[in-house]
Design a protein around this ligand. Structure first.
Ligand code: UDP
Length: 254
């Protein structure tokens, strides 16, 4: 069997050359990292869950016209994605104070923000992903002013849509980190959503109890990490979903 070419080895995911030019295979590992890679663990089943959750959320976003790199899921751990030129920014949208934001402004975790707040961080592990402003981004050419406008518009739309979607599943979307890439189509370039959307990249709290259903369970040694991710998948209706053929349709009552 021909071994495929590893294009990029990430902390939680690998990217392999895809079957056609312009495609990549995104492989979800069970590895979990925190504190800029200093804290590590293997959480059995996490990769499978994140693959499914990301597939589900990217597909829903496609349905409302949010362009993204997801094409289709290939198997338990892999999905086919469009190859993009990654914009080296982590775009964080916050609805509720938590984590480093709560610490920075001495706010109580859980305080609702007056409006959604967007922040940019430079994707650079060596520098520990420093926070950057539009000034830095444009001066160093990480993205153009026009691209920043597109990123902000997409980020607001993604956050609003996912907030509603999770609300319907009894979950509060506290904050989310998203990444974007440049997709070249002939001479045209578009900014599209890339990477993954999973409990590794969002803070998700149970609406009623505020129980954490995300990576903070790993970061803060709360235990039950994959159980929490499974719960998210279950509430989204993507776990143990009956096959189409098994699904019972409405019964006609005569
Ligand atoms: N986040 C992420 N990758 C990172 C840092 C943060 O996916 O390298 C996500 C994190 O899960 C949360 C949001 O971005 O949903 C905001 O995280 P924050 O800046 O509060 O960082 P933390 O408190 O985790 O250091």
């Amino acid at each position: 069997m021909k071994t495929r070419k590893l294009v990029y080895e990430g902390k939680n995911k690998n990217l392999y050359e895809g079957p056609e030019p312009g495609t990549l295979v995104q492989y979800f590992k069970d590895d979990a990292t925190a504190q800029q890679g200093r804290k590590k663990a293997v959480l059995e089943g996490k990769g499978v869950l994140n693959n499914r959750i990301s597939e589900f959320l990217m597909s829903r976003l496609t349905e409302i016209g949010v362009p993204n790199h997801f094409m289709r899921r290939l198997n338990m751990r892999e999905q086919l994605v469009r190859e993009v030129e990654i914009i080296p920014l982590e775009v964080v949208v916050r609805n509720v104070a938590a984590g480093s934001f709560a610490t920075r402004f001495e706010m109580e975790e859980g305080a609702v923000l007056p409006r959604s707040i967007i922040e940019f961080y430079l994707k650079n592990d060596k520098l520990q992903n420093p926070m950057v402003t539009e000034e830095h981004i444009t001066a160093f050419n990480w993205a153009s002013p026009h691209e920043i406008d597109e990123i902000v518009a997409l980020a607001i739309r993604i956050n609003d849509f996912l907030s509603g979607l999770f609300l319907g599943a009894g979950i509060k979307l506290v904050d989310i980190k998203i990444e974007f890439g440049r997709l070249w189509e002939n001479d045209m370039m578009r900014v599209i959503l890339a990477d993954e959307i999973s409990p590794d990249s969002m803070r998700l709290w149970d609406l009623r109890t505020s129980e954490k259903l995300d990576k903070d369970r790993f970061r803060r040694d709360l235990g039950g990490v994959t159980e929490a991710y499974s719960e998210v998948a279950r509430r989204l209706g993507i776990l143990n979903e009956p096959q189409a053929t098994e699904r019972k349709g409405p019964v006609l009552v005569k």
